[in-house]
Design a protein around this ligand. Structure first.
Ligand code: 1GP
Length: 236
């Protein structure tokens, strides 16, 4: 698989289970300036809900990826550029390291040319993803850096994802993960609400992922985070 994310600054993560702000459409979402849209959520996601988002975005140019949270929700659709599949480095439950993945490969004909993995390091214990995966979120900056290095060097991961879903993370830990990587792309996600948050994390990662803001505040707020992520990265 080629690695388009190496050129991204910003990803918008759409939760198919959540509504857009009143009056906004997926046309507006596709025009926020984000480099890619990832469709995925942790809870109550179904393939029907996924399809609805893919359909609404299919005529736009913005790259579209599915981030399946379990094998049952994987959608086969040519409008998708590919699949970004989470592997949780610090999961307590190995289902989220190789278990669900093994089931998927067993039951499905995986389109490997369009499939890549993201090595998640989950750091907000309050997040659904932390609860679901039984993640050990007690990690200091050294631990986070070590997980990042293991992901890239031992497991050959091309995307490492520091995930604080729902809260703005510790900039020092994000920077530690970034410093530990050679070629892999570092995604940062969690609690980015405005230009300044995006700038802060853009300075310390390669790609800033914005999720809830879209559903809570809308497209204009997202647009500001695109600017912030780009400016932060440029200032590095
Ligand atoms: C969630 O990392 C993303 O997987 C984004 O987090 O919803 O807190 O922006 P937020």
């Amino acid at each position: 698989m080629h690695t388009p994310w190496a050129d991204w600054d910003h990803v918008l993560k759409v939760d198919p289970d959540k509504d857009l702000v009143d009056g906004e459409t997926f046309d507006d979402v596709c025009e926020t300036g984000t480099d890619a849209i990832e469709i995925g959520g942790t809870l109550d996601v179904t393939s029907d809900k996924m399809e609805r988002v893919i359909d609404a975005c299919r005529t736009h140019d913005v790259p579209l990826y599915q981030e399946p949270s379990n094998p049952a929700v994987v959608v086969d659709d040519e409008a998708l550029d590919g699949y970004l599949v989470p592997v949780v480095m610090n999961a307590g439950d190995v289902a989220w390291v190789t278990g669900a993945h093994k089931e998927w490969v067993r039951i499905d004909d995986v389109d490997w040319a369009r499939t890549a993995t993201e090595a998640y390091i989950v750091l907000n214990p309050e997040a659904s993803v932390a609860e679901l995966t039984d993640a050990d979120c007690e990690q200091d900056a050294d631990d986070v850096a070590a997980y990042a290095e293991v992901a890239e060097r031992m497991l050959g991961q091309d995307v490492v994802y520091v995930e604080y879903s729902g809260m703005l993370g510790d900039p020092e830990k994000v920077a530690a993960a970034h410093d530990a990587l050679e070629e892999a792309t570092l995604f940062y996600g969690g609690g980015v609400h405005d230009y300044d948050d995006a700038y802060l994390m853009g300075e310390r990662s390669d790609v800033v992922v914005v999720g809830d803001l879209l559903h809570d505040e809308g497209c204009e707020a997202v647009r500001e985070t695109v600017e912030g992520a780009r400016d932060g990265k440029a200032a590095r």
